[in-house]
Design a protein around this ligand. Structure first.
Ligand SMILES: Cc1cc2nc3c(=O)[nH]c(=O)nc-3n(C[C@H](O)[C@H](O)[C@H](O)COP(=O)(O)OP(=O)(O)OC[C@H]3O[C@@H](n4cnc5c(N)ncnc54)[C@H](O)[C@@H]3O)c2cc1C
Length: 422
């Protein structure tokens, strides 16, 4: 057994289970307050979902995925395996309980938007507290973001999204097709409307952002145990130790569960089950598309994004419910290339590189951030779904407040672990 507990001799030692962007940022902020931190992950830090996202850091994204009337789409989701949102037939029965909660959550979309707005308001500022010291400032660009539409009906279909962003204080500009093409000349002539969100930031290399942040954590004494957490031991005062798949036992003072789409397996072991699903997403990187775009562009009808990144133009998105273990359906990534051929005036899709990742998704589109209800020295930081890059740094700040026993800067009760079991 390895004892990482402070036993009153030095700063408390925190185990951070899962080294994606959420765990890495939690480690970085905890370290700044004097905590000793150890990341525990069988993979290299920042190489899972946090590696391949579309890079958008979007304070204006406050609209939950489930809105009233969403249930009408269910037949389409089941019938088109390459559609923007698909449920694999052989996974449909397993996904059903989550999907029912997802559709039921739609009625509370206003409260969810208010909670997401309070969480997301300072997301850029939270990153800026870390990126300077990590040598990562050049990876963040503030050129806004766009949602673009090929039909007036598609534009009108997102009126609620624009309304909620405005209501929560964000600038939302409505553009004509010509105004859009002045901003992004590579787009084809079929786009008739667009929405511009000027306060959006984006990251031009999410994998490198993770690497630079984690290098900063290690340089300041943080450690990495390369193993998978398989269980916990508890005592009178909470969790005392965790067990790993190499047969080791490690004792710590505090524990943060930030294992992305796998987190519910750990919370269940701690007596706190949570309805988490993987919304699998895909990307394709085009190393030499033949043009550059200036900001993330979200395609309203086609439901995917493109962002110009250091390795090339990244086409990213789509949602697939197939569980954590199923092989990727690379046809879904190929479909992104079909879209690219249709939306840009000309595009070179040669040498495209595919990737699949697991979004950690909750039925109400809100992450779980806060203290365990059962173990005083455990905090949860998972379930950021489509917005985990956006929420990574700010979550790290709130988790640090929770562990330090301070009042967090916002009301964290909407993000509680027990909100589906009360
Ligand atoms: C195609 C796509 C596009 C996206 N675009 C955006 C975007 O533009 N903007 C945005 O904000 N978000 C976006 N996202 C979402 C975002 O990428 C995720 O929400 C975010 O990466 C989740 O981070 P995480 O740290 O929670 O999880 P991860 O990065 O998945 O990290 C979790 C870590 O936990 C580890 N782990 C799991 N189980 C255990 C265990 N038992 N023991 C130890 N370690 C364990 C894993 O190995 C992994 O390293 C996108 C996602 C996808 C798929």
């Amino acid at each position: 057994m390895t004892d990482h507990q402070s036993q009153g001799q030095s700063k408390p030692h925190v185990a951070i289970i899962g080294a994606g962007i959420v765990g890495i940022c939690s480690a970085a902020f905890l370290q700044r307050e004097g905590y000793r931190v150890t990341l525990i992950d069988a993979e290299d830090p920042g190489t899972m979902t946090s590696f391949g996202n579309a890079g958008a850091i979007s304070p204006h994204s406050v609209t939950p995925m489930a809105l009233p009337g969403i249930w009408k789409n269910v037949p389409r989701w089941l019938l088109d395996p390459l559609g923007p949102l698909a449920v694999r037939m052989d996974y449909a029965a397993k996904a059903t309980p989550w999907l029912i909660k997802f559709m039921a959550a739609a009625k509370s979309y206003e409260a969810q938007a208010a909670a997401l707005a309070s969480l997301h308001r300072p997301v850029r500022e939270a990153y800026l507290e870390l990126t300077g010291d990590a040598g990562a400032s050049h990876l963040l660009k503030q050129t806004g973001s766009l949602s673009v539409y090929e039909t007036e009906a598609g534009f009108q279909g997102d009126v609620l999204m624009r309304e909620l962003s405005r209501r929560h204080g964000h600038t939302v500009e409505e553009l004509t097709g010509d105004e859009l093409r002045q901003l992004e000349p590579a787009l084809g002539p079929q786009f008739v409307r667009a929405t511009y969100f000027p306060d959006s930031t984006h990251c031009i290399n999410p994998g490198d952002l993770c690497q630079r942040l984690v290098a900063m954590v290690f340089a300041a004494g943080g450690e990495h145990i390369r193993a998978k957490v398989t269980g916990f031991e508890t005592g009178a005062d909470g969790v005392t130790a965790l067990r790993t798949d190499d047969g080791q036992r490690h004792a710590f003072d505090h524990f943060v569960v930030s294992a992305g789409a796998w987190s519910h397996r750990l919370s269940a072991q701690l007596g706190e089950p949570f309805p988490l699903e993987s919304e699998r997403g895909y990307h394709m990187v085009l190393p030499h598309p033949g043009f550059e775009t200036s900001r993330p562009i979200s395609f309203g009808e086609r439901k995917f994004m493109c962002t110009m990144m250091e390795p090339g133009l990244r086409l990213a998105g789509t949602v697939e419910f197939a569980g954590l273990e199923a092989d990727p359906n690379w046809g879904r990534a190929d479909k992104l290339l079909d879209h690219a051929r249709q939306i840009f005036r000309t595009v070179d899709v040669g040498d495209a590189k595919p990737w699949m990742g697991q979004r950690p998704s909750t039925p109400d589109s809100m992450p779980v951030i806060g203290r365990s209800k059962k173990h005083a020295n455990v905090a949860y930081a998972f379930g950021h779904g489509h917005l985990g890059l956006t929420g990574g740094a700010i979550t790290g700040q709130h988790i640090t407040s929770v562990i330090a026993g301070r009042e967090p800067a916002i009301d964290l009760s909407p993000f509680s672990i027990d909100r589906f079991s009360r």
